[in-house]
Design a binder for this molecule. Structure first.
Ligand SMILES: *[C@@H]1O[C@H](CO)[C@@H](O)[C@H](O)[C@H]1NC(C)=O
Length: 255
């Protein structure tokens, strides 16, 4: 059954919000299913200009683009938590396979509950120093979006983004989201953005996708390229402020 993307998007969101938390296999802990602060409403930071948002053909593209934007939000969150707890930023989370997942897709084999941020474990000191921040961070990292399976496995693009997110944590930790964009922070943001785009371009240009996947990948490219360096830096600042204002804790800490 083919539905217009806007309807499918709404449907998927409903499922995301309403689905019973199904326990997942393996060693992952179950984190609480917390609706994302920004998941329903249009947000300039998250989606770029409105015209870019309207080009969003499928949830899959949105998901891929979100994985870059949200990585910077995450960077800002880590910085603020580090300042609050005196735990060095680069120690707060390690790279590697995700330890938390809020839900399985609940929609059968065509859909995946795919991580937006996929990193490893949280430093044990955080739980001792500030248990509620620890829980909030666990829930943030565990957050998944339901996407059609093709988006999660597109020629390994999802796996490459996983590696990017884990492998660039020390670079991310060098950006000062409490400071000015120019000139140093801009360079650091651009370096990460360029790396991410390389991953997307490599997969878009690999040339052996089926017709339908090809068009999805083109759309993913558009969505990703809508994000500019200053917008990504602003996303990081939002994450930073979200912790400072206490909203992060209030919103994600549901233990
Ligand atoms: C934990 O961190 C939050 C956010 O920075 C802060 O408001 C709260 O007071 C901290 N709690 C403790 C016990 O340090």
């Amino acid at each position: 059954m083919y539905l217009p993307s806007s309807i499918r998007f709404t449907l998927m969101l409903s499922v995301l919000w309403l689905s019973v938390i199904v326990s997942v296999s393996g060693a992952r802990q179950k984190s609480q299913l917390v609706p994302d602060v920004a998941s329903t409403a249009y947000s300039e930071t998250l989606h770029g200009e409105r015209k870019c948002y309207n080009l969003r053909v499928r949830d899959a593209n949105q998901h891929i683009a979100t994985r870059l934007t949200r990585y910077f939000v995450f960077g800002g969150i880590l910085q603020a938590i580090a300042e609050q707890t005196q735990i060095p930023r680069e120690d707060l989370v390690s790279g590697g396979p995700s330890q938390n997942q809020d839900q399985s897709s609940g929609r059968g084999p065509k859909y995946h509950a795919a991580h937006v941020i996929r990193v490893g474990s949280i430093d044990g000191r955080l739980k001792q120093k500030n248990a509620s921040l620890n829980t909030a961070l666990q829930n943030y990292i565990g957050h998944t979006q339901n996407v059609i399976k093709a988006a999660n496995v597109w020629h390994g693009v999802a796996g490459q983004i996983d590696l990017f997110q884990s492998g660039k944590l020390s670079e991310l930790a060098k950006i000062d989201f409490g400071g000015a964009f120019e000139p140093t922070n801009r360079r650091k943001v651009e370096d990460l953005m360029t790396e991410f785009r390389k991953i997307i371009d490599t997969h878009v240009n690999s040339g052996n996708q089926a017709q339908e996947e090809q068009s999805e990948l083109d759309a993913a490219k558009i969505a990703v390229h809508c994000a500019g360096a200053s917008m990504l830096f602003e996303a990081g600042k939002e994450g930073y402020q979200m912790v400072k204002s206490g909203n992060f804790e209030t919103h994600y800490e549901k233990s």
